[in-house]
Structure formats: structure tokens, C-alpha cells
Write a protein that binds this ligand. Structure first.
Ligand code: KG4
Ligand code: ZN
Length: 337
């Protein structure tokens, strides 16, 4: 079975083709970061207009690259939510229209379900149940995953998402949007413990997160100090250490509370090497297993959408004809298969 995946939920136009015998045939990403960096964040109207221009050429070039004709596809999977309404509408409209005209099923996919399953693209030893730490620009969630569509959110951020906090502090440090990856690079030159930032909410029993206080603490530290290169690196280091340690403490607690031994790291922030190393050390300590993707499959991509589409291709909502987007869509609303 071959499924074409389309992802346009935010500021990346992505197209991929997944074949269940061979694996990924293509995984194309057109990033709009240049377009938005001037504004320091995603401008929704510009994002959707750019998706309109890029999506059809990207689908044509992906088919060409995979040496496939449309009749050789068995379905089209597209991100139906959550995300920016205008951006989602582009992918949903194109996905459903092409599927209708090519007479193949069109499968709406939940963006975060795509992230949860993404390590399965590379690791066929990843089996249910497991704990997923979803850390992206819009979400920070701990999810107990029992199967496809069987999700229990056991912890989440009460305010900013981890990626959002990375991007906001990066901006205050003078780093171009989206700053998460660059902040992490700069933090490598930072002196440990020159600044010590708070680890929010680690002393309560919950598995929830809050990053807004940490953000304010970082902003005040930036305002009070010189902006020389070493100080910028030291602040970046203190901030990254605080976020990672907070995520680590909550993950360890969630594994203990649920009795799960397998941990999946997913979403853009899971591309962070320091985080991956610290989490791997913790998992070795508890004799568990850890799974994460190569960096290009951690950040937004259509490979994960095509993969989930393949899993869900026979479900009922493939038959509906309406163009529907779900800008706010909880994982817990999904049906299990
Ligand atoms: O999953 P994703 O690509 O998009 C959303 O669904 O939000 O995540 C993007 C987020 C951005 O906030 C970006 O700064 C962050 O992931 N990110 C990182 C790293 N690479 C991407 N944050 C920290 N360290 C990284 N290496
Ligand atoms: Zn994402």
C-alpha cells in the first residue's frame, strides 16, 4: 500500500510518500522560516498564502521523485488539525480534492498522533504500550499510549509549550526565529551553573508543566546582564538545563506512576541532542527503552502523516466528502482502531 501524506498545519509545506513494503519513498519539506523570521514568529495569513503556492508543485515533484503516477497511490493522508486554520485548509482542500478526483480514500490525520507514531517509521521494535513525551512549538504533553487512538493525557503544560519557551527566550537573546535549535547550539559554549534558573512545578505531585515563570526569570536575567557572547551562552545554557531537567523529572515520575518502561520522545524539541542524551541516561538507569527519530522526522513532516494515514485508511471518516479542519483537536477525541 502506498499513501501520499500532506502536512500544512503551521509554517512548513510537507509532502511524503510511504510504501508499507519499502518504507519512505520521498519526504519533502519546504520551510517558510525565512518568510516569518522578520516578524519573529509565524504570521498566519502569510503562511497559508505560501502553502497555496508550494503545495501542488511539491506533490508533483514528489510523485516524479518516487517515479509514481497518481493511479499507483492507495490513499491520501492530510493533517486536519490541530494547527492554524488557514494553513490547515490548504492541505485539507488539496488532499480531499485530489483523492476525490483520483478515486482513492482521503484520511484526516491528527498532527500530534503523527508525532507520537513517527519513531515507528525507523524502529519496528517499538510496540504498545509506551509513554510519549510530546514536545513541540504548540504542545508539551505526557501521553500514556495503549494503541492507535488510545491515548490518555497524564500531564501537560498549563501555559507555554516547551518549544514556544525556547523560541521566545531565543528571540530575547537576539537569535532569529525559530530559535530553539540555535539556542541549543549556543548553550554548548555556556558555563554550567553561572546562572541557575528555577525548575518549575517539580515539587508538586502532578505531571503538569509551566514554563511562563521560567521565561520571566530568563527575561529578567537577560535584562540585568551584559549581552557579551559568553553571557548569552551562559544564559542559554541555564535556560536549556532548566527546561531539560524539568522534562526529565516529570518523565521519570510518569514512568514510575504508570509502570511503563518504554519512552518515546517526539515533536520538534525532541531533536535536541542534550535532551536526548539526558533522557537516554535516565532510561538506562531504570532499565527501560527509549525511542526517538532522526531530527528531520522530529520536526514537522508529512512522513508521519502518511504513516498514520496508512494505519487509519479503512476508518469511517475516510468516506466523508466535506472539507473539515480541526484547529483545536484533542488527542483524546480520536477513536481507537
Ligand atoms: O514539532 P515542530 O516542528 O512544530 C510544531 O508542531 O510546533 O516543533 C517546532 C519547535 C520549535 O519551537 C523549535 O524551536 C523547536 O521545535 N526545536 C528545538 C530544536 N529543534 C527544534 N528546540 C530545542 N532544541 C532543538 N534542537
Ligand atoms: Zn509538530
Amino acid at each position: 500500500m502506498r499513501v501520499l501524506g500532506i502536512e500544512t498545519s503551521c509554517d512548513e509545506t510537507c509532502v511524503a510518500i510511504y510504501d508499507d513494503n519499502i518504507g519512505l519513498l520521498t519526504n519533502e519539506i519546504y520551510s517558510q522560516t525565512e518568510l516569518h523570521s522578520y516578524y519573529g514568529g509565524v504570521v498566519p495569513e502569510l503562511a497559508s498564502r505560501d502553502h497555496v503556492q508550494k503545495i501542488i508543485p511539491l506533490i508533483s515533484s514528489s510523485l516524479k521523485k518516487a517515479k509514481l503516477e497518481p493511479y499507483q497511490l492507495d490513499g491520501i493522508a492530510y493533517t486536519a488539525g490541530p494547527g492554524l486554520v488557514g494553513s490547515l485548509l490548504v492541505g485539507v482542500t488539496v488532499g480531499r480534492t485530489l483523492a476525490f478526483s483520483w478515486n482513492i480514500p482521503a484520511v484526516p490525520v491528527h498532527h500530534m498522533e503523527g508525532h507520537i507514531m513517527s519513531p515507528m517509521l525507523e524502529h519496528n521494535n517499538l510496540t504498545f504500550p509506551f509513554l510519549a513525551l510530546l514536545i513541540s512549538g504548540g504542545h508539551t504533553q505526557l501521553v500514556s499510549v495503549n494503541g492507535i487512538g488510545s491515548y490518555k493525557i497524564i500531564g501537560e503544560s498549563l501555559d507555554d509549550a516547551a518549544g514556544e519557551a525556547f523560541d521566545k527566550i531565543a528571540r530575547l537573546l537576539g537569535i532569529k526565529y525559530p530559535g530553539g535549535a540555535t539556542l541549543s547550539k549556543i548553550a554548548k559554549n555556556g558555563k554550567k551553573n553561572r546562572f541557575i534558573f528555577p525548575r518549575p512545578m517539580i515539587n508538586d505531585d502532578s505531571l503538569n508543566f509551566s514554563f511562563s515563570g521560567l521565561k520571566t526569570f530568563a527575561a529578567n536575567t537577560i535584562n540585568k546582564n551584559n549581552k557579551d557572547d559568553q553571557t548569552i551562552s551562559d544564559i542559554a545554557r541555564a535556560f536549556e538545563d532548566a527546561i531539560i531537567e524539568t522534562l526529565l523529572i516529570k518523565c521519570r515520575r510518569a514512568l514510575k506512576q504508570t509502570g511503563l518502561k518504554k519512552l518515546v520522545l517526539a515533536g520538534g524539541v525532541s531533536a535536541n541532542c542534550t535532551l536526548r542524551n539526558r533522557m537516554s541516561d535516565m532510561i538506562t538507569e531504570i532499565k527501560g527503552e527509549i525511542f526517538y527519530s532522526i531530527p528531520e522526522l522530529c520536526t514537522d513532516n508529512a512522513a508521519m502523516i502518511a504513516y498514520v494515514g496508512m494505519l487509519r485508511i479503512n476508518t469511517d471518516n475516510c468516506k466523508e466528502l466535506s472539507i473539515t479542519v480541526y484547529p483545536r483537536w484533542s488527542l483524546t477525541e480520536l477513536s481507537s482502531i
